[in-house]
Design a protein around this ligand. Structure first.
Ligand code: MLZ
Length: 265
Protein backbone atom coordinates (compact mmCIF):
# COMPACT_ATOMS: atom_id res chain seq x y z
CA UNK A 1 0.00 0.00 0.00
CA UNK A 2 1.28 3.45 -0.90
CA UNK A 3 1.70 5.67 2.10
CA UNK A 4 0.34 9.17 1.83
CA UNK A 5 2.88 11.94 1.96
CA UNK A 6 2.63 13.86 5.21
CA UNK A 7 4.68 16.99 5.86
CA UNK A 8 4.73 16.67 9.66
CA UNK A 9 6.22 13.17 9.49
CA UNK A 10 8.54 14.13 6.66
CA UNK A 11 9.93 17.19 8.46
CA UNK A 12 10.66 14.99 11.48
CA UNK A 13 12.28 12.26 9.40
CA UNK A 14 14.47 14.71 7.58
CA UNK A 15 15.08 16.76 10.72
CA UNK A 16 14.32 19.88 8.79
CA UNK A 17 12.15 22.97 9.10
CA UNK A 18 9.59 24.55 6.80
CA UNK A 19 10.53 27.92 5.32
CA UNK A 20 8.50 30.60 7.20
CA UNK A 21 5.42 32.06 5.48
CA UNK A 22 6.85 35.57 5.34
CA UNK A 23 9.69 34.40 3.07
CA UNK A 24 7.24 33.86 0.20
CA UNK A 25 5.41 36.15 -2.17
CA UNK A 26 2.17 34.30 -1.52
CA UNK A 27 -0.96 35.30 0.32
CA UNK A 28 -1.27 34.03 3.87
CA UNK A 29 -4.33 32.02 2.98
CA UNK A 30 -4.51 31.00 -0.69
CA UNK A 31 -6.87 33.13 -2.81
CA UNK A 32 -10.22 31.56 -3.73
CA UNK A 33 -10.47 30.35 -7.28
CA UNK A 34 -13.85 31.31 -8.75
CA UNK A 35 -12.88 30.88 -12.41
CA UNK A 36 -14.65 28.35 -14.64
CA UNK A 37 -13.33 26.43 -17.60
CA UNK A 38 -14.06 28.29 -20.83
CA UNK A 39 -13.82 31.80 -19.38
CA UNK A 40 -11.67 34.30 -21.24
CA UNK A 41 -9.24 36.85 -19.88
CA UNK A 42 -6.16 38.85 -20.86
CA UNK A 43 -2.74 37.37 -20.20
CA UNK A 44 0.84 38.30 -20.91
CA UNK A 45 2.27 35.89 -23.48
CA UNK A 46 4.83 33.83 -21.49
CA UNK A 47 7.00 33.57 -24.61
CA UNK A 48 6.77 37.27 -25.41
CA UNK A 49 5.95 39.02 -22.14
CA UNK A 50 5.48 42.49 -23.57
CA UNK A 51 2.37 41.40 -25.45
CA UNK A 52 -1.01 41.04 -23.88
CA UNK A 53 -3.15 38.34 -25.48
CA UNK A 54 -6.53 36.70 -25.07
CA UNK A 55 -6.42 33.48 -23.09
CA UNK A 56 -9.00 30.84 -22.27
CA UNK A 57 -9.20 28.96 -18.99
CA UNK A 58 -8.59 25.34 -20.00
CA UNK A 59 -8.42 23.92 -16.47
CA UNK A 60 -8.58 24.78 -12.79
CA UNK A 61 -6.11 23.44 -10.24
CA UNK A 62 -6.10 24.78 -6.70
CA UNK A 63 -5.44 28.53 -6.80
CA UNK A 64 -4.11 28.25 -10.36
CA UNK A 65 -5.57 28.40 -13.86
CA UNK A 66 -4.41 26.37 -16.81
CA UNK A 67 -4.41 28.86 -19.69
CA UNK A 68 -4.17 28.66 -23.45
CA UNK A 69 -3.69 31.69 -25.68
CA UNK A 70 -6.41 32.04 -28.31
CA UNK A 71 -4.97 31.50 -31.77
CA UNK A 72 -2.06 29.49 -30.34
CA UNK A 73 -1.57 25.71 -30.38
CA UNK A 74 -2.30 23.32 -27.51
CA UNK A 75 1.40 22.66 -26.81
CA UNK A 76 2.10 25.85 -24.92
CA UNK A 77 -0.40 25.86 -22.08
CA UNK A 78 0.74 27.68 -18.96
CA UNK A 79 -0.41 27.98 -15.37
CA UNK A 80 -1.05 31.17 -13.41
CA UNK A 81 -2.25 31.90 -9.89
CA UNK A 82 -5.55 33.79 -9.68
CA UNK A 83 -3.60 36.57 -7.93
CA UNK A 84 -0.94 36.74 -10.65
CA UNK A 85 -0.22 40.16 -12.16
CA UNK A 86 0.17 38.36 -15.52
CA UNK A 87 -3.59 38.08 -15.90
CA UNK A 88 -6.38 40.68 -15.99
CA UNK A 89 -10.02 41.07 -17.07
CA UNK A 90 -10.80 41.58 -20.74
CA UNK A 91 -10.84 45.28 -21.50
CA UNK A 92 -7.92 46.16 -19.22
CA UNK A 93 -5.43 46.43 -22.05
CA UNK A 94 -7.64 48.75 -24.09
CA UNK A 95 -8.43 50.89 -21.04
CA UNK A 96 -4.71 51.47 -20.61
CA UNK A 97 -4.40 52.46 -24.25
CA UNK A 98 -2.77 49.21 -25.31
CA UNK A 99 -3.67 46.82 -28.09
CA UNK A 100 -4.27 43.10 -27.80
CA UNK A 101 -1.61 41.16 -29.68
CA UNK A 102 -1.66 37.81 -31.45
CA UNK A 103 0.26 35.17 -29.46
CA UNK A 104 3.73 34.12 -30.54
CA UNK A 105 3.14 31.36 -33.07
CA UNK A 106 -0.29 32.71 -34.10
CA UNK A 107 -1.63 29.91 -36.24
CA UNK A 108 -3.19 32.11 -38.91
CA UNK A 109 -2.00 34.77 -41.27
CA UNK A 110 -1.11 37.93 -39.30
CA UNK A 111 -3.54 39.93 -41.43
CA UNK A 112 -6.45 37.87 -40.13
CA UNK A 113 -5.73 38.87 -36.51
CA UNK A 114 -8.24 41.77 -36.23
CA UNK A 115 -11.10 39.60 -37.51
CA UNK A 116 -9.95 36.66 -35.39
CA UNK A 117 -9.96 38.89 -32.30
CA UNK A 118 -13.45 40.16 -33.06
CA UNK A 119 -14.79 36.64 -33.51
CA UNK A 120 -13.00 35.39 -30.41
CA UNK A 121 -14.49 38.05 -28.16
CA UNK A 122 -17.95 37.99 -29.69
CA UNK A 123 -20.20 36.19 -27.24
CA UNK A 124 -17.25 35.05 -25.15
CA UNK A 125 -17.74 34.31 -21.48
CA UNK A 126 -15.43 36.86 -19.88
CA UNK A 127 -14.08 36.21 -16.40
CA UNK A 128 -15.56 38.86 -14.03
CA UNK A 129 -13.10 41.40 -12.59
CA UNK A 130 -13.86 40.24 -9.03
CA UNK A 131 -12.26 36.84 -9.80
CA UNK A 132 -8.84 38.46 -10.22
CA UNK A 133 -7.07 38.88 -6.91
CA UNK A 134 -4.42 41.42 -6.00
CA UNK A 135 -0.87 40.11 -6.16
CA UNK A 136 0.70 39.89 -2.69
CA UNK A 137 3.58 42.27 -1.91
CA UNK A 138 7.20 41.18 -2.28
CA UNK A 139 8.97 40.00 0.84
CA UNK A 140 11.39 42.69 2.02
CA UNK A 141 14.44 40.46 2.21
CA UNK A 142 15.50 37.02 1.09
CA UNK A 143 15.00 35.17 4.36
CA UNK A 144 15.34 31.63 3.01
CA UNK A 145 18.05 29.48 4.55
CA UNK A 146 19.75 26.40 3.14
CA UNK A 147 17.89 23.25 4.19
CA UNK A 148 14.45 24.84 4.59
CA UNK A 149 11.57 22.89 3.05
CA UNK A 150 8.91 24.24 0.71
CA UNK A 151 6.51 23.29 -2.08
CA UNK A 152 7.62 24.27 -5.56
CA UNK A 153 6.41 24.11 -9.13
CA UNK A 154 8.37 21.65 -11.25
CA UNK A 155 9.19 23.96 -14.16
CA UNK A 156 9.66 21.00 -16.53
CA UNK A 157 6.19 19.76 -15.58
CA UNK A 158 4.52 22.99 -14.47
CA UNK A 159 1.23 21.36 -13.47
CA UNK A 160 3.11 19.58 -10.66
CA UNK A 161 3.85 21.02 -7.23
CA UNK A 162 6.45 19.00 -5.35
CA UNK A 163 8.27 18.90 -2.00
CA UNK A 164 11.57 20.76 -2.26
CA UNK A 165 14.51 22.01 -0.24
CA UNK A 166 16.45 25.27 -0.42
CA UNK A 167 19.85 24.09 -1.69
CA UNK A 168 21.62 27.44 -1.84
CA UNK A 169 20.97 31.14 -1.35
CA UNK A 170 22.68 33.95 -3.25
CA UNK A 171 21.55 37.55 -3.06
CA UNK A 172 17.87 37.70 -4.03
CA UNK A 173 17.93 34.18 -5.45
CA UNK A 174 17.40 30.70 -4.07
CA UNK A 175 18.30 27.30 -5.49
CA UNK A 176 15.22 25.06 -5.38
CA UNK A 177 16.11 21.36 -5.18
CA UNK A 178 13.45 18.68 -5.59
CA UNK A 179 13.49 15.99 -2.94
CA UNK A 180 14.36 12.59 -4.34
CA UNK A 181 15.17 13.66 -7.91
CA UNK A 182 18.98 13.99 -7.92
CA UNK A 183 19.01 17.49 -9.29
CA UNK A 184 17.30 16.79 -12.62
CA UNK A 185 14.54 19.35 -11.99
CA UNK A 186 16.35 21.85 -9.76
CA UNK A 187 16.44 25.56 -10.62
CA UNK A 188 17.45 29.00 -9.39
CA UNK A 189 14.71 31.56 -8.96
CA UNK A 190 14.15 34.88 -7.21
CA UNK A 191 13.01 34.60 -3.61
CA UNK A 192 9.82 36.47 -4.59
CA UNK A 193 8.99 33.95 -7.35
CA UNK A 194 5.33 32.99 -7.61
CA UNK A 195 6.44 29.39 -8.30
CA UNK A 196 7.36 28.57 -4.72
CA UNK A 197 4.95 28.03 -1.83
CA UNK A 198 5.08 27.43 1.89
CA UNK A 199 4.70 23.90 3.27
CA UNK A 200 0.98 23.10 3.47
CA UNK A 201 -0.03 25.24 0.47
CA UNK A 202 -1.38 22.35 -1.61
CA UNK A 203 -3.42 20.94 1.22
CA UNK A 204 -5.06 24.38 1.58
CA UNK A 205 -5.76 24.85 -2.14
CA UNK A 206 -6.76 21.26 -2.81
CA UNK A 207 -3.86 20.75 -5.22
CA UNK A 208 -2.32 17.28 -5.24
CA UNK A 209 1.18 17.66 -3.81
CA UNK A 210 3.45 15.14 -5.54
CA UNK A 211 5.30 12.76 -3.24
CA UNK A 212 9.11 13.10 -3.24
CA UNK A 213 10.97 11.03 -5.84
CA UNK A 214 12.58 7.69 -5.08
CA UNK A 215 16.09 8.73 -5.97
CA UNK A 216 18.25 9.47 -3.00
CA UNK A 217 20.62 12.31 -3.73
CA UNK A 218 24.34 11.59 -3.82
CA UNK A 219 25.46 13.41 -0.72
CA UNK A 220 27.07 12.49 2.55
CA UNK A 221 23.69 11.72 4.05
CA UNK A 222 23.04 8.89 1.59
CA UNK A 223 25.35 6.69 3.68
CA UNK A 224 23.11 7.34 6.64
CA UNK A 225 20.05 6.46 4.58
CA UNK A 226 21.47 3.15 3.36
CA UNK A 227 22.22 2.00 6.88
CA UNK A 228 18.85 3.17 8.10
CA UNK A 229 16.38 0.43 8.98
CA UNK A 230 13.34 2.45 7.92
CA UNK A 231 13.61 2.16 4.16
CA UNK A 232 10.27 3.43 2.93
CA UNK A 233 9.98 6.67 4.80
CA UNK A 234 13.59 7.69 4.39
CA UNK A 235 13.92 6.86 0.73
CA UNK A 236 13.44 10.37 -0.53
CA UNK A 237 15.29 12.25 2.12
CA UNK A 238 17.49 14.84 0.61
CA UNK A 239 20.05 16.90 2.42
CA UNK A 240 21.03 20.36 1.21
CA UNK A 241 23.56 20.56 -1.60
CA UNK A 242 27.08 20.12 -0.31
CA UNK A 243 28.74 21.89 -3.22
CA UNK A 244 27.25 25.17 -4.30
CA UNK A 245 25.75 24.77 -7.78
CA UNK A 246 26.41 27.35 -10.47
CA UNK A 247 23.62 29.97 -10.61
CA UNK A 248 21.58 29.83 -13.77
CA UNK A 249 22.12 32.63 -16.23
CA UNK A 250 18.95 34.53 -16.95
CA UNK A 251 17.02 33.16 -19.86
CA UNK A 252 19.07 29.99 -19.89
CA UNK A 253 18.79 26.49 -18.52
CA UNK A 254 20.20 26.07 -15.00
CA UNK A 255 23.90 25.38 -14.85
CA UNK A 256 23.52 21.79 -13.71
CA UNK A 257 23.43 19.04 -16.28
CA UNK A 258 20.79 16.37 -16.25
CA UNK A 259 22.24 13.18 -14.79
CA UNK A 260 22.41 10.36 -17.35
CA UNK A 261 19.51 7.94 -17.38
CA UNK A 262 17.04 10.36 -15.85
CA UNK A 263 14.05 11.16 -17.94
CA UNK A 264 12.76 14.70 -17.85
CA UNK A 265 9.12 13.71 -18.01
N1 MLZ B 1 7.19 11.93 -15.49
C1 MLZ B 1 8.28 12.44 -14.73
C2 MLZ B 1 7.78 13.30 -13.59
C3 MLZ B 1 8.86 13.80 -12.76
C4 MLZ B 1 8.40 14.86 -11.79
C5 MLZ B 1 9.53 15.33 -10.95
N2 MLZ B 1 9.19 16.47 -10.22
C6 MLZ B 1 10.27 17.02 -9.45
C7 MLZ B 1 9.16 11.32 -14.19
O1 MLZ B 1 8.66 10.41 -13.55
O2 MLZ B 1 10.35 11.37 -14.47
Amino acid sequence: AKEQFNWDDYLKETESVAAPLHCFRQSRSPPTNDFKVGMKLEAHDPRNVTSVCIATVIGITGARLRLRLDGSDNKNDFWRLVDSSDIQPIGTCEKKGGMLQPPLGFQMNASSWPMFLLRTLNGAEMAPAAFFKKEPPKPVTNCFKVGMKLEAIDRKNPYLICPATIGDVKGDEVFVTFDGWRGAFDYWCRCDSRDIFPVGWCSLTGDALQPPGNNVSITKSSAKIQSSPSKVTRRSMQSPQKSAPVPAQRGRKPGRGKPPGQSAV
